[in-house]
Design a protein around this ligand. Sequence first.
Ligand code: CMC
Length: 423
Amino acid sequence: MTDSITVTDNRTGEAVEIPIVDGGVSADELRKLIPGIWISDPSFMTTALASSAITYLDGEGGVLRYRGYPIEQLAERSSYLEVAYLLVHGELPDAAQLQTWTDEIRMHTYLHDNFRKRFLDGFHYDAHPMGMLVSGMAALSTFYPEAKDVTDPAVRRRQIIRMIAKVPTLAAACHRYSVGMPFVYPDNSLSFTENFLSMMWKVAEPRYEPDPVLARALDVLFILHADHEQNCGTLAMRTVGSAHADPYIAASAAAAALSGPLHGGANEQVLRMLASIGHVDNVPAFIADVKAGKGKLMGFGHRVYKNYDPRAKIVKQTADAVFEVTGRNPLLDIALKLEEVALSDEYFISRKLYPNVDFYSGLIYQAMGFPTEMFTVLFAIPRVAGWVTHWQELLEQDAKIYRPRQLYVGRESRDYVPLEQRS
Ligand code: CMC
């Protein structure tokens, strides 16, 4: 058996044999056979966008690995900053490398004071923090004009560090602004996640002491959200990055994509859905409505996973640890019932719809005191590590600008009709 496919153009009888490499066939080879005919793949259902060495995802098997390491092992034994290093550099750091990396990130946690005094001040008091984050990330580009030199690896590395370091500060500032609280400066004696909690919750105490269980739980959630190969947000990062726009602008586009309710915005929608269901007794009626096409079961289903999302399993375990500290989230019973009913229902079984990472994460965030509007921001903070890694890989591969084709189905050429002659 040869690892290849043969495609014949029935109009001419010409054929081309295309090898199967790394699980894919080259559209470029096909193009040689059928010049001027485009491969139609709306929403990229069957397109491999890139060759990537960052994250491995097996949707049928429910497997997720960063740089070869199983997500379960990383969630149990690693920290978010270590995972960010792994993504960016391709290898786990040794002790000295981790220390240097941690110090480098700490050096860059501060935002220019104009953010606090002028930029965020322009928002309405009830502005959604995701909108603030998206614009804030783009605004960072104006503070670091050197970032435009995307061809210089040293410049690229500085921006990668800045982005990972500054996004928690920006995210917390968005929250503090919306609740009318003074901004909290980074406390660089704390860990990455503890510092974020301090910037979120510190009031008048000289030093914020985060609950270690909650800080660890958030760190685990950050690990789980750090990357997920070619998803909608990462595609946006790569698309904008492929035009050699600077990484802040590109990450702002990625965050904009993430905000959508079909993507990272789902975690917010799950909570709204659970609250609107209100009681476990209402679950069967809600599921019947979903099956009748009246809305979706948010936090369920995935383009790639046709099995239990491995991240959702870990989130569920993490929830138990969090609820020991915070008390049980009353919406948990509704979520558990939804999962039980859905996983035994033919509609969901036949479509292979399982809980995804967003199904249980919001329950944890809510129990930890985060307002619902912050949930997608909490997804964006760690995803920055994934975005910048993909951006770096794209530039290292010297990828061409992303520019797909289309199948034109509009009107033929026609002459302009003056306004008075139009009926
Ligand atoms: N509830 C009810 N039906 C669903 C759901 C759902 N959550 N998801 C998919 N379906 C149905 C869909 O209606 C379709 O049915 P039919 O074949 O009868 O038309 C079938 O399942 C296939 O769905 P699809 O929409 O073609 O699948 P997709 O790969 O285009 O969409 C998805 C994937 C994640 C957008 C979708 O499952 C969804 O909207 N889920 C709810 C939103 C959500 O939880 N998003 C977070 C995704 S994970 C985190 C992230 O990536 O950001």
